[in-house]
Design a protein around this ligand. Structure first.
Ligand code: NAP
Length: 251
């Protein structure tokens, strides 16, 4: 069984509403630390609070080629687990050369007629064990040192145009679906400067969600972690609430 993040959130949220837990909506424009209390600013309100849990997640990086946005959800996807089953017996292509691309490629072989992985370098990066697994799969092909140039189609995707970096040759590969797996970008715009992040911009915290800044916690994909999934995000939520409760009992 699978469930999307928003669907699971709503299922968990509805019982809270019935219990009378207060919730407020607003687009947050800034978060400040005033020592004893924090301020969360929205367009026209300011909320004072003792603790803040930031859970703004991460988004999939796009490749930025012509046709990518146009065919998003019409053959272009960023999540094999979410969309793979819609492409049964079709010819699919994955863009990327890291662990996500390999993982997505392996997953798609369950449904696809064929899977082609297009990578801009000669060698994949990441876990060698998963690479050996995918190299041994009969319906997986690799196109290396190749850059995606554009995504083509009519009502839905029909081909991807790629350029071979070494020769400059440009070719169309006919495909029914394109899975983009070129990394994630953390949504860290609201993270105050005094909260430590790693080089990629993820907030540094273990599963307790505690950051370096007192009273500031993080949960979900925005945190430094190995596995960014709905399941681990939900677990982070429970852990962060426990940490907040402990913190409030201590101050
Ligand atoms: P990643 O390791 O950053 O790899 C992104 C890949 O996409 C790279 O090969 C990169 O090429 C390529 N790329 C980036 N921009 C591109 C563009 N515009 N056009 C074409 N190719 C582009 O990201 P990831 O694979 O999502 O993995 C992120 C982290 O999660 C890693 O630490 C990974 O180990 C971890 N992860 C682990 C697992 C697992 O353990 N099962 C599964 C998934 C992810 P270059 O190689 O040339 O930079």
């Amino acid at each position: 069984e699978s469930v999307s993040g928003p669907e699971l959130s709503m299922r968990m949220f509805e019982p809270l509403e019935k219990l009378g837990v207060e919730n407020l909506y607003g687009i947050v424009s800034g978060i400040e630390d005033k020592g004893d209390y924090k301020v969360v600013k929205t367009g026209d309100e300011e909320y004072q609070t003792k603790t803040v849990i930031i859970a703004t997640g991460a988004k999939h990086r796009h490749i930025g080629v012509a046709g990518e946005e146009e065919y998003n959800s019409r053959g272009v996807s960023y999540c094999a687990v979410c969309d793979g089953a819609f492409f049964r017996n079709q010819d699919l292509l994955v863009v990327g050369g890291g662990d996500s691309a390999v993982e997505e490629g392996i997953y798609l072989t369950r449904f696809a007629n064929s899977v082609t992985i297009v990578h801009r370098r000669d060698e994949l990066r990441g876990d060698k064990h998963s690479q050996e697994k995918i190299f041994a799969m009969p319906n997986v092909e690799f196109v290396k040192s190749a850059l995606p140039k554009s995504i083509k189609g009519d009502k839905k995707v029909s081909a991807i145009e790629i350029e071979y970096k070494k020769t400059g040759e440009i070719v169309d590969i006919p495909v029914d679906g394109i899975f983009v797996a070129v990394g994630m970008i953390p949504n860290n715009q609201l993270v105050p400067d005094f909260v430590n992040t790693d080089d990629a911009g993820y907030v540094i915290a273990d599963e307790t969600g505690k950051t370096n800044a007192k009273g500031f916690f993080v949960a979900g994909d925005l945190r430094t972690k190995d596995l960014r999934q709905v399941l681990t995000a939900a677990s982070d939520g429970a852990n962060a609430i426990k940490s907040v409760t402990d913190y409030l009992n201590e101050i």
